[in-house]
Design a protein around this ligand. Sequence first.
Ligand code: CU
Length: 223
Amino acid sequence: MALSSLPKAAFLLLATLALTYSALTISDSHTKKEKGPPAAKHGDVEKAWSNAGNGQRITVFTADLTTANENKLGKKVNPQTPKDAQGFFIGAYNSLTHRMRFMLGYSHLSKGGVSMSHFHMQCKGDGKEPPICKPGQPSGPIIQTICGMPTHPGMMSDWPKTQADKGKHTLAEKCAEGTNGYIMGIWTVEEPYRKGLMEGKVFVNLHTPLDPKGEVSGLLTKQ
Ligand SMILES: [Cu+2]
C-alpha cells in the first residue's frame, strides 16, 4: 500500500506499536538480566513501561518535518517546493544501549524524492558543545547519515567517528525512491551526541534534488 493512501494518524499508530514492541523487548531482556524482584512475576508489561519512564531507559522522540523549519534554519527552500511537502519522525531511544530505533515518513516532496537524509546537530557556537561543533560558529553538522551520502568517514571534513550497525556507515543502504515513503532504522548514538540529543539539539533533515540544503526538517523532541 502506498504511503500516500495511508493517513498520517494510522501510520503513526503503526509506528508507535512497532516501537512499543521493541521498547518492551529491550526492557524485558534487561529485567531478566537483573533478576528482578519476585513481585515482578505478574504485570511485567506494566512494570516495563513504568521502568521505561522512571528509570529513563526509553525516551520517545518525535519531530514534525516541515519546510517552515527548514526556513528557520536559514536554508530557504526553493519557491517551487510543493506546499504540502512534509514528514514526521518517531523514535524510541534506549539510554542503556544508546540505540535509537526510529521510523520517519514523508509525503508530497518535490520531484526526485529524498536524495540524502541525516541527523544533524544544532550548534550554537557557545564553546560548550561536542567537538563537531566549531567554537564560536553556529552550524548544523551531520552527525549520522540515514541514507545517501556521505557513506564513509572522511568524506566530510568534519565527519565524526561514527560507526553504524553492522559496520555500515549509513543506516539505510539507499534512500527510497518516490516523493512519498518511509525509512526505518537503528542509530547507535555515540557518546559526544547523547547529551545534545537529550537536550533537543538534534534534527532530522531530508534533502532533495530541488532543495539540496534540505526540503523538510525538524528537531527531535522528547515526549
Ligand atoms: Cu543533511
